[in-house]
Design a protein around this ligand. Structure first.
Ligand code: PLP
Length: 466
């Protein structure tokens, strides 16, 4: 399997190089040169397999022999062994033919663990084989930082530095980062905002001498391998609900478009998915694109589902590549126009291809709270606000009721206890394995919003021999 850039001007790479590269050199995103296809007989042969076995079958064609099967199998088993539910990604019925796919049983209680737990291991493995190492730096407003830290902790070839805005992340989110005591994990609380943190990270990458000396790297959501790892749970859920004999629809609360893109990839691989529903909060650029064919940038508004408070969905470029017949030059022109005019209109045939597969609905904070309350009243389940946005979209765009509708539950309700309490009067408890989180000692360094101070800290702590 080889990978090409969505902008058509970067070197064609194998899986291991795509893993380490992240972004392509022409500014595009890597995509498989062609989709692996599974026949109905292939899917049938996978029914009843464990999550880890399913993951191995789904990921093998993407890895394309760049990692030995036995190593891949071992890393997959390791990655999902620590999940807090024996099914790894359990399905829960919440309506006549309506289901939740619970993706929050990983170490940090959100779906990003599914990709990052594996990506951290793959990074370490490939780097060790090459005698290399990296320093991962990232900024977080909450969720991604803890998932990246859990994925990279104790990995010999990696140091990780995560910047968060001092005093501006929730206590649970902060403690999920600062109570990890591995020597290669460094938490920095910046006296500033999340935007200041992001600017500092960008500035560190833009300082090429520093970047090369520290071997800076990122594990952000544009990395193809994160998308690939997320394909697995769509396959796993659809097979449990009767695919390939029976089609299965999904509703996905979306920010960067990464999670729903993985569902689209499963469809391209031959999984019978008749439609995908996108759930947006007030930051609704994707909803507007699907309603009108025009994508227009607006300001970001804070909501109860903060992990979706994004205006530019970076992974959308991968779908544009598909809609444009996989023509890199066309995508390059589209992205250039979008950056310049902050607006992009799809041609009628491309818009037609988009709406053939995708529909979308939007929920504001009041609706989000109303859905959390209703689900609790009708099923007894507590759901998180991101999941609620997905459920709102599923209800608004429900097609054939004979087709199972699966909404992906992206976070555990205890990660967003205030919204859940506001809706239901109940404060969800953390799972037992995290029950003592609020008592664990923290390790964090507070630094001023100053590039030199942060760079000095990184170079002083990093284990790379200069
Ligand atoms: C990151 C995140 C999302 C959005 O996922 P994308 O891949 O960016 O669409 C939704 N819900 C939760 C809880 C998240 O952490």
């Amino acid at each position: 399997m080889r990978y090409v850039s969505t902008r058509g001007d970067a070197p064609i790479l194998g899986f291991d190089d795509v893993l380490l590269a992240g972004l392509a050199r022409d500014g595009g995103l890597y995509m498989p040169e062609s989709w692996p296809r599974f026949t109905p007989a292939d899917w049938k042969a996978m029914a009843g397999l464990s999550y880890a076995e399913t993951a191995f079958r789904v990921l093998k064609p993407f890895v394309g022999g760049t990692i030995a099967d036995s190593d891949l199998q071992r890393m997959i088993e390791d990655a999902y062994r620590g999940f807090g539910h024996p099914a790894v990604a359990p399905l829960k019925q919440i309506g006549p033919n309506d289901w939740l796919l619970e993706l929050f049983h990983g170490p940090t209680l959100a779906f990003k663990d599914f990709a990052l737990q594996l990506v951290g291991r793959l990074f370490d493995h490939v780097l060790k084989q090459r005698n290399g190492r990296v320093t991962i730096v990232g900024a977080t407003s909450g969720d991604t930082g803890s998932a990246a830290i859990e994925a990279c902790r104790d990995r010999a070839a990696i140091d990780i530095f995560i910047l968060h805005p001092h005093g501006r992340v929730s206590e649970v989110q902060r403690r999920q980062m600062t109570t990890v005591r591995s020597a290669n994990v460094h938490n920095i609380a910046i006296e500033g905002t999340f935007d200041d943190c992001q600017d500092l990270v960008k500035a560190m990458f833009n300082d090429t001498a520093f970047r090369d000396r520290m071997r800076l790297s990122a594990v952000n959501s544009i990395n193809w391998v994160r998308v690939a790892a997320q394909i697995v749970y769509y396959v796993f859920a659809a097979l449990r609900l009767g695919a390939p004999a029976r089609p299965v629809a999904f509703s996905v609360p979306t920010g960067n478009f990464g999670n729903v893109l993985a569902a689209y990839a499963a469809h391209r691989m031959g999984l019978p998915i008749p439609g995908l529903v996108i759930g947006s909060n007030r930051n609704d650029i994707l909803f507007r694109l699907i309603q009108t064919g025009t994508m227009k940038m607006e300001e970001v508004a804070p909501t109860l589902s903060p992990s979706m408070d994004i205006q530019i969905s970076s992974n959308l470029e991968r779908l544009l590549f598909e809609l444009a017949g996989r023509n890199g030059k066309t995508v390059q022109a589209m992205m250039k126009r979008f950056r310049k005019r902050r607006e992009l209109t799809l041609s009628p045939p491309r818009y037609g291809r988009l709406t053939k597969m995708f529909s979308a609905a939007r929920a504001d904070d009041a609706e989000t709270v109303a859905i959390i309350r209703r689900v609790h009243e009708t099923t007894g389940e507590l759901i998180d606000p991101h999941t609620a946005v997905g459920l709102a979209a599923a209800a608004a765009r429900r097609g054939d009721t004979a087709v199972p509708m699966v909404t992906v539950a992206t976070a555990h309700p205890a990660k967003f206890p205030d919204a859940v309490e506001q809706a239901t009067g109940l404060r969800p408890a953390l799972p037992a394995r995290l029950a003592d989180l609020l008592q664990r000692p923290e390790r964090v360094t507070v630094l001023p919003n100053d590039l030199r101070a942060v760079q000095d800290f990184v170079s002083g702590r990093v284990s790379i021999a200069a």
